[in-house]
Ligand binder design. Structure first.
Ligand code: FE
Length: 343
């Protein structure tokens, strides 16, 4: 008896679900770790061009957990993230699905997407070294490896080693050297820190401006956000106090990461989801999407913003596949604990 009642309930649910999906045929639902202002204008443009309504849920954290908790009943079609880490985690948890799209495969370089099509990079950024204009000479630091040199003792600032941005960078050190090398590097880098890891990326550049440290690790787009910050004009001074160092230009290139998208495992509007991601990878959207956050378009041949052209010009980015770094992030996290990086 009990089981048949359950079955009936399940059947009713399915019917109700089918009805609501049919009503909602021309929409697409996004769970986004990215802030609304970064994508809203593009979503409006997409709706105008296609007639597909876009519903956006944004959040700083917990969206992956929400997706997991909702399971089959989740309304989410697309997961939008500000880093490759959550995309990789979503893949591991089976929360996203493979997409075979020639459009996406041709628009997005291989190293910025999952080889199985479970996530796609849409904008790119580099994790660079911000160097004091006053206290660091041009060319004095050229590589991530050199951050471990004792000459920088007490002169480097960074946010927590456990932050997803740093985990990807450490994962790349493991990938390009090995675990033992990365551990030693991390230990030596820790010994060079001016203070216990704290604050966000911008807070490190502020610390350089204030003379707390001479070098800081930070994502490249924060430079643009600080330099043009009318609401907090003091940030312009932070940006003006540093030179941007894109590391490892003579070998593998500067560490790169992405913001990106994935189609969820149970997307009720799967076709619309793919259409939207393809729209975001097209040249017109690429230019706008990258420009609004001072990032780099992933699509080859898309022009950079004027600010990027002026301050970041041409640099060599590491082309190691981000899918290769995914599995190394857990090791990176363990190393951060092991050397007591954040203590
Ligand atoms: Fe960020």
């Amino acid at each position: 008896m009990k089981s048949s009642r359950t079955l009936l309930a399940a059947a009713t649910l399915t019917l109700a679900g089918t009805a609501s999906f049919a009503q909602a045929a021309n929409e697409v639902n996004i769970y986004s770790y990215r802030q609304a202002f970064l994508i809203q204008p593009l979503l409006e443009e997409f709706s105008k061009e296609t007639g597909i309504q876009v519903n956006l849920v944004t959040g700083d954290k917990g969206l992956l957990e929400r997706l997991e908790h909702e399971g089959r009943n989740s309304p989410a079609d697309i997961l939008l993230t500000a880093e490759v880490g959550p995309l990789y985690d979503a893949t591991q948890k089976g929360l996203v699905s493979a997409v075979q799209s020639d459009v996406l495969n041709e628009s997005i370089p291989q190293h910025y997407r999952d080889p199985e099509g479970r996530w796609f990079g849409l904008t790119a950024r580099s994790r660079i070294i911000y160097a004091s204009k006053d206290r660091v000479q041009d060319g004095e630091i050229k590589t991530y490896e050199e951050l471990a040199d004792p000459k920088w003792k007490g002169r480097i600032c960074t946010r927590s080693g456990k932050h997803t941005y740093n985990l990807s960078l450490i994962a790349s050190m493991i990938a390009h050297h090995d675990e033992a090398y990365a551990e030693q590097w991390l230990e030596d880098l820790k010994a060079n820190l001016a203070r216990k890891p704290q604050g966000n990326d911008r807070a490190q550049v502020k610390a350089v401006k204030e003379g707390v440290c001479d070098l800081a690790l930070g994502n490249s787009y924060y430079f643009g956000k600080m330099l043009t910050n009318e609401e907090q004009p003091e940030q312009k001074e932070w940006a003006q106090s540093v030179n941007l160092v894109f590391p490892n230009q003579d070998d593998r290139g500067a560490h790169m990461n992405i913001s990106g998208a994935a189609v969820t495992q149970h997307a009720p509007n799967r076709d619309n989801a793919i259409k939207l991601i393809e729209f975001l990878a097209a040249e017109k959207a690429q230019k706008i999407y990258a420009e609004v956050n001072s990032e780099f378009p992933v699509r080859p041949g898309t022009p950079n913003s004027a600010l990027i052209e002026e301050y970041m010009g041409n640099f060599k980015g590491d082309e190691i596949s981000l899918s290769e770094l995914g599995p190394l992030r857990a090791t990176a996290s363990r190393l951060v604990d092991k050397v007591g990086f954040d203590n």
